[in-house]
Design a protein around this ligand. Structure first.
Ligand SMILES: Nc1ncnc2c1ncn2[C@@H]1O[C@H](COP(=O)(O)OP(=O)(O)OP(=O)(O)O)[C@@H](O)[C@H]1O
Ligand SMILES: [Mg+2]
Length: 281
Protein backbone atom coordinates (compact mmCIF):
# COMPACT_ATOMS: atom_id res chain seq x y z
CA UNK A 1 0.00 0.00 0.00
CA UNK A 2 1.50 3.31 -1.06
CA UNK A 3 1.26 6.51 0.93
CA UNK A 4 -1.09 7.98 -1.70
CA UNK A 5 -3.39 5.00 -1.46
CA UNK A 6 -3.44 5.27 2.30
CA UNK A 7 -4.10 8.99 2.08
CA UNK A 8 -7.08 8.61 -0.24
CA UNK A 9 -8.47 5.87 2.01
CA UNK A 10 -8.22 8.31 4.91
CA UNK A 11 -9.48 11.30 2.93
CA UNK A 12 -12.84 9.56 2.64
CA UNK A 13 -13.01 8.96 6.39
CA UNK A 14 -11.31 11.87 8.06
CA UNK A 15 -13.34 15.01 7.55
CA UNK A 16 -10.43 17.31 8.28
CA UNK A 17 -8.56 15.91 5.27
CA UNK A 18 -11.49 16.23 2.90
CA UNK A 19 -11.97 19.73 1.66
CA UNK A 20 -9.54 22.04 0.02
CA UNK A 21 -8.15 23.93 2.94
CA UNK A 22 -6.86 27.47 2.87
CA UNK A 23 -3.22 28.07 3.79
CA UNK A 24 -3.72 28.50 7.53
CA UNK A 25 -6.07 25.59 7.93
CA UNK A 26 -3.84 23.45 5.79
CA UNK A 27 -0.93 24.06 8.13
CA UNK A 28 -2.92 23.11 11.22
CA UNK A 29 -4.15 19.97 9.53
CA UNK A 30 -0.63 19.03 8.48
CA UNK A 31 0.70 19.64 11.97
CA UNK A 32 -1.83 17.34 13.57
CA UNK A 33 -2.01 14.75 10.83
CA UNK A 34 1.61 14.14 10.03
CA UNK A 35 2.59 11.00 8.21
CA UNK A 36 3.04 8.84 11.29
CA UNK A 37 -0.24 10.02 12.79
CA UNK A 38 -2.06 9.21 9.56
CA UNK A 39 -0.56 5.74 9.66
CA UNK A 40 -1.72 5.29 13.24
CA UNK A 41 -5.26 6.35 12.31
CA UNK A 42 -5.14 4.06 9.31
CA UNK A 43 -4.16 1.15 11.54
CA UNK A 44 -6.96 1.93 13.99
CA UNK A 45 -9.39 1.95 11.07
CA UNK A 46 -8.25 -1.23 9.40
CA UNK A 47 -8.04 -2.80 12.85
CA UNK A 48 -11.76 -2.24 13.23
CA UNK A 49 -11.52 0.30 16.06
CA UNK A 50 -12.39 3.45 14.17
CA UNK A 51 -14.51 4.11 11.15
CA UNK A 52 -14.37 7.85 10.72
CA UNK A 53 -13.01 11.03 12.28
CA UNK A 54 -15.53 13.85 12.18
CA UNK A 55 -14.78 17.15 13.86
CA UNK A 56 -12.47 18.57 16.50
CA UNK A 57 -13.89 18.77 20.03
CA UNK A 58 -10.83 20.52 21.35
CA UNK A 59 -7.62 21.84 19.82
CA UNK A 60 -4.89 22.53 22.32
CA UNK A 61 -1.17 23.04 22.41
CA UNK A 62 -0.32 19.48 23.21
CA UNK A 63 -3.07 17.57 21.60
CA UNK A 64 -6.34 17.55 19.79
CA UNK A 65 -9.46 15.65 20.64
CA UNK A 66 -11.78 14.64 17.82
CA UNK A 67 -15.26 13.28 17.68
CA UNK A 68 -14.98 9.97 15.87
CA UNK A 69 -17.21 7.02 15.16
CA UNK A 70 -17.03 3.25 15.23
CA UNK A 71 -18.35 1.20 12.34
CA UNK A 72 -21.80 0.98 13.87
CA UNK A 73 -21.91 4.75 14.30
CA UNK A 74 -21.20 4.66 18.04
CA UNK A 75 -19.31 7.77 19.10
CA UNK A 76 -15.69 7.75 20.25
CA UNK A 77 -13.27 10.41 21.38
CA UNK A 78 -9.94 10.30 19.57
CA UNK A 79 -7.13 12.14 21.32
CA UNK A 80 -4.12 12.84 19.14
CA UNK A 81 -0.95 14.03 20.83
CA UNK A 82 1.28 16.34 18.89
CA UNK A 83 4.74 15.02 18.33
CA UNK A 84 6.25 18.51 18.41
CA UNK A 85 9.24 19.48 20.49
CA UNK A 86 7.26 21.49 23.05
CA UNK A 87 5.06 18.52 23.89
CA UNK A 88 8.13 16.37 24.19
CA UNK A 89 9.66 18.73 26.73
CA UNK A 90 6.61 18.72 28.98
CA UNK A 91 6.02 15.03 28.66
CA UNK A 92 9.66 14.07 29.19
CA UNK A 93 9.61 15.45 32.72
CA UNK A 94 6.77 13.21 33.75
CA UNK A 95 7.92 10.03 32.07
CA UNK A 96 11.43 10.29 33.47
CA UNK A 97 10.25 10.09 37.07
CA UNK A 98 7.71 7.32 36.55
CA UNK A 99 9.00 3.92 37.64
CA UNK A 100 6.86 2.27 34.96
CA UNK A 101 8.90 4.01 32.28
CA UNK A 102 12.39 3.64 33.63
CA UNK A 103 15.05 3.44 30.96
CA UNK A 104 13.04 5.22 28.34
CA UNK A 105 14.55 8.41 27.01
CA UNK A 106 15.90 10.07 23.94
CA UNK A 107 13.78 9.57 20.84
CA UNK A 108 11.08 12.19 20.76
CA UNK A 109 8.44 10.11 19.06
CA UNK A 110 9.11 7.21 21.38
CA UNK A 111 8.42 9.46 24.36
CA UNK A 112 5.14 10.73 22.93
CA UNK A 113 4.07 7.19 22.09
CA UNK A 114 4.96 6.14 25.61
CA UNK A 115 2.93 9.06 26.90
CA UNK A 116 -0.08 7.92 24.87
CA UNK A 117 0.36 4.43 26.22
CA UNK A 118 0.61 5.91 29.71
CA UNK A 119 -2.69 7.76 29.42
CA UNK A 120 -4.30 4.59 28.10
CA UNK A 121 -3.02 2.55 31.02
CA UNK A 122 -3.91 5.19 33.58
CA UNK A 123 -7.46 5.23 32.24
CA UNK A 124 -7.53 1.45 32.44
CA UNK A 125 -6.38 1.54 36.04
CA UNK A 126 -8.93 4.14 37.01
CA UNK A 127 -11.65 2.17 35.24
CA UNK A 128 -10.71 -1.03 37.04
CA UNK A 129 -10.78 0.88 40.31
CA UNK A 130 -14.31 2.01 39.53
CA UNK A 131 -13.60 5.69 39.02
CA UNK A 132 -15.67 7.49 36.39
CA UNK A 133 -13.23 8.16 33.55
CA UNK A 134 -13.69 7.64 29.78
CA UNK A 135 -13.19 3.96 29.12
CA UNK A 136 -10.05 3.49 27.04
CA UNK A 137 -10.66 1.63 23.78
CA UNK A 138 -7.33 1.41 21.98
CA UNK A 139 -4.14 3.29 21.28
CA UNK A 140 -1.70 3.38 18.44
CA UNK A 141 1.42 5.55 18.37
CA UNK A 142 0.22 9.03 19.43
CA UNK A 143 -3.50 8.28 19.02
CA UNK A 144 -5.80 7.25 21.85
CA UNK A 145 -9.37 6.13 21.26
CA UNK A 146 -11.69 6.29 24.26
CA UNK A 147 -15.29 6.50 25.28
CA UNK A 148 -16.95 9.73 24.15
CA UNK A 149 -18.34 11.72 27.07
CA UNK A 150 -21.30 13.67 25.77
CA UNK A 151 -24.44 13.24 23.75
CA UNK A 152 -25.88 14.14 20.33
CA UNK A 153 -25.83 17.81 21.24
CA UNK A 154 -22.10 17.83 21.93
CA UNK A 155 -19.35 16.88 24.33
CA UNK A 156 -20.00 17.24 28.05
CA UNK A 157 -18.97 20.65 29.41
CA UNK A 158 -16.01 21.20 31.68
CA UNK A 159 -16.79 21.64 35.37
CA UNK A 160 -15.66 25.28 35.21
CA UNK A 161 -18.50 26.10 32.79
CA UNK A 162 -21.31 24.47 34.72
CA UNK A 163 -23.62 26.04 37.29
CA UNK A 164 -23.67 23.79 40.33
CA UNK A 165 -26.98 23.50 42.07
CA UNK A 166 -25.43 21.52 44.89
CA UNK A 167 -21.67 22.19 44.98
CA UNK A 168 -21.25 20.14 48.19
CA UNK A 169 -22.42 17.00 46.44
CA UNK A 170 -20.06 17.40 43.50
CA UNK A 171 -17.23 18.42 45.83
CA UNK A 172 -17.61 15.22 47.83
CA UNK A 173 -17.55 13.18 44.65
CA UNK A 174 -14.44 14.88 43.36
CA UNK A 175 -12.70 14.38 46.73
CA UNK A 176 -13.59 10.70 46.46
CA UNK A 177 -11.75 10.65 43.08
CA UNK A 178 -8.65 11.79 44.93
CA UNK A 179 -8.99 9.31 47.80
CA UNK A 180 -10.08 6.28 45.75
CA UNK A 181 -7.64 7.18 42.99
CA UNK A 182 -4.84 6.90 45.54
CA UNK A 183 -6.12 4.00 47.62
CA UNK A 184 -7.67 1.79 44.95
CA UNK A 185 -6.04 2.74 41.64
CA UNK A 186 -2.73 3.69 43.34
CA UNK A 187 -2.58 6.79 41.18
CA UNK A 188 -2.39 10.50 41.74
CA UNK A 189 -3.92 12.47 38.88
CA UNK A 190 -1.55 15.40 39.08
CA UNK A 191 -3.62 17.86 37.05
CA UNK A 192 -6.97 17.69 38.74
CA UNK A 193 -8.93 20.86 38.15
CA UNK A 194 -12.18 22.28 36.85
CA UNK A 195 -10.67 21.93 33.35
CA UNK A 196 -10.11 18.20 33.56
CA UNK A 197 -13.46 17.24 34.97
CA UNK A 198 -16.43 16.98 32.63
CA UNK A 199 -20.01 17.17 33.86
CA UNK A 200 -22.20 14.46 32.36
CA UNK A 201 -25.85 14.25 33.48
CA UNK A 202 -24.96 16.02 36.70
CA UNK A 203 -22.02 13.76 37.54
CA UNK A 204 -18.34 14.58 37.35
CA UNK A 205 -16.10 12.52 35.05
CA UNK A 206 -12.35 12.71 35.36
CA UNK A 207 -10.34 13.15 32.13
CA UNK A 208 -6.83 14.00 30.92
CA UNK A 209 -5.01 11.27 32.83
CA UNK A 210 -1.73 11.23 30.90
CA UNK A 211 0.30 12.79 33.68
CA UNK A 212 -1.16 10.64 36.46
CA UNK A 213 1.58 8.99 38.51
CA UNK A 214 1.70 5.87 40.58
CA UNK A 215 1.43 6.58 44.28
CA UNK A 216 4.95 5.23 44.87
CA UNK A 217 6.47 7.95 42.70
CA UNK A 218 8.89 10.15 44.67
CA UNK A 219 6.78 13.20 43.84
CA UNK A 220 3.38 11.61 44.37
CA UNK A 221 2.53 13.21 47.70
CA UNK A 222 3.39 16.64 46.41
CA UNK A 223 1.12 16.12 43.42
CA UNK A 224 -1.58 14.80 45.70
CA UNK A 225 -1.45 17.93 47.82
CA UNK A 226 -1.58 20.11 44.71
CA UNK A 227 -4.66 18.26 43.44
CA UNK A 228 -6.36 18.77 46.79
CA UNK A 229 -5.49 22.46 46.84
CA UNK A 230 -6.78 22.93 43.29
CA UNK A 231 -10.05 21.22 44.03
CA UNK A 232 -10.50 23.08 47.32
CA UNK A 233 -9.82 26.44 45.66
CA UNK A 234 -12.40 25.85 42.94
CA UNK A 235 -15.14 24.57 45.23
CA UNK A 236 -14.52 27.24 47.84
CA UNK A 237 -15.31 29.82 45.15
CA UNK A 238 -18.46 27.90 44.34
CA UNK A 239 -19.58 28.05 47.95
CA UNK A 240 -19.03 24.43 48.96
CA UNK A 241 -18.21 23.34 52.50
CA UNK A 242 -14.50 22.71 52.22
CA UNK A 243 -12.66 20.01 54.14
CA UNK A 244 -9.19 21.13 55.18
CA UNK A 245 -6.37 19.84 53.01
CA UNK A 246 -4.66 18.25 56.01
CA UNK A 247 -7.69 16.14 56.77
CA UNK A 248 -8.06 15.06 53.16
CA UNK A 249 -4.35 14.23 53.01
CA UNK A 250 -4.58 12.21 56.18
CA UNK A 251 -7.67 10.38 54.98
CA UNK A 252 -6.05 9.61 51.64
CA UNK A 253 -2.78 8.35 53.08
CA UNK A 254 -4.45 6.33 55.82
CA UNK A 255 -3.41 2.71 55.62
CA UNK A 256 -1.07 3.21 52.70
CA UNK A 257 2.47 2.03 53.22
CA UNK A 258 5.55 2.69 51.15
CA UNK A 259 6.17 -0.94 50.34
CA UNK A 260 2.82 -1.28 48.67
CA UNK A 261 1.98 -4.33 46.58
CA UNK A 262 2.46 -2.55 43.26
CA UNK A 263 1.89 -4.98 40.43
CA UNK A 264 4.62 -5.21 37.84
CA UNK A 265 3.56 -2.54 35.42
CA UNK A 266 6.79 -1.60 33.73
CA UNK A 267 6.58 -0.06 30.36
CA UNK A 268 7.97 -2.27 27.64
CA UNK A 269 10.40 -0.18 25.66
CA UNK A 270 10.86 -2.94 23.08
CA UNK A 271 7.38 -2.30 21.74
CA UNK A 272 8.52 1.01 20.36
CA UNK A 273 11.89 0.07 18.94
CA UNK A 274 10.25 -0.15 15.54
CA UNK A 275 9.19 3.44 15.50
CA UNK A 276 10.87 5.82 13.10
CA UNK A 277 13.47 8.31 14.14
CA UNK A 278 12.46 11.90 14.74
CA UNK A 279 11.75 14.02 11.72
CA UNK A 280 14.43 16.52 10.95
CA UNK A 281 13.20 19.98 11.77
N1 LIG B 1 -13.52 11.34 26.20
C1 LIG B 1 -13.91 12.58 25.90
N2 LIG B 1 -15.19 12.83 25.53
C2 LIG B 1 -15.57 14.09 25.21
N3 LIG B 1 -14.77 15.17 25.25
C3 LIG B 1 -13.48 14.98 25.63
C4 LIG B 1 -12.99 13.69 25.96
N4 LIG B 1 -11.69 13.80 26.30
C5 LIG B 1 -11.39 15.11 26.17
N5 LIG B 1 -12.46 15.82 25.77
C6 LIG B 1 -12.49 17.29 25.50
O1 LIG B 1 -11.24 17.71 25.02
C7 LIG B 1 -10.64 18.65 25.92
C8 LIG B 1 -9.14 18.39 26.02
O2 LIG B 1 -8.91 17.09 26.50
P1 LIG B 1 -7.78 16.79 27.55
O3 LIG B 1 -7.98 17.64 28.75
O4 LIG B 1 -7.73 15.32 27.73
O5 LIG B 1 -6.50 17.23 26.75
P2 LIG B 1 -5.28 18.18 27.17
O6 LIG B 1 -4.10 17.32 27.33
O7 LIG B 1 -5.69 19.09 28.27
O8 LIG B 1 -5.08 18.97 25.86
P3 LIG B 1 -4.77 20.50 25.71
O9 LIG B 1 -3.36 20.57 25.30
O10 LIG B 1 -5.76 20.83 24.64
O11 LIG B 1 -5.07 21.19 27.02
C9 LIG B 1 -11.37 18.45 27.23
O12 LIG B 1 -11.42 19.61 28.00
C10 LIG B 1 -12.76 18.06 26.78
O13 LIG B 1 -13.51 19.20 26.47
MG1 LIG C 1 -6.93 19.02 29.88
Amino acid sequence: MSYDEMYSYLEARVDALKTNKTGDERQTVDEVFDRQTLMAIYDLMTGGILDSVKFPISTGKEGNVFYAEEEDGEPLALKIFRTSTSTFKRVGRYIEGDPRFKGLSGNRRKMIYAWTNKEYRNLQRYCEAGLPVPEPVAFNKNCLAMEYIGDETGPAPQLKDVFLEDPDDIYDEVISFIIDGWQVAHLVHGDMSEYNILMMDGDPILIDCGQAMTSDHFNAKELLLRDIENVNRFFKNRGADIISKDIIMEETLKGSSDDDDEEDDDYDDEEYDECEEDDVE
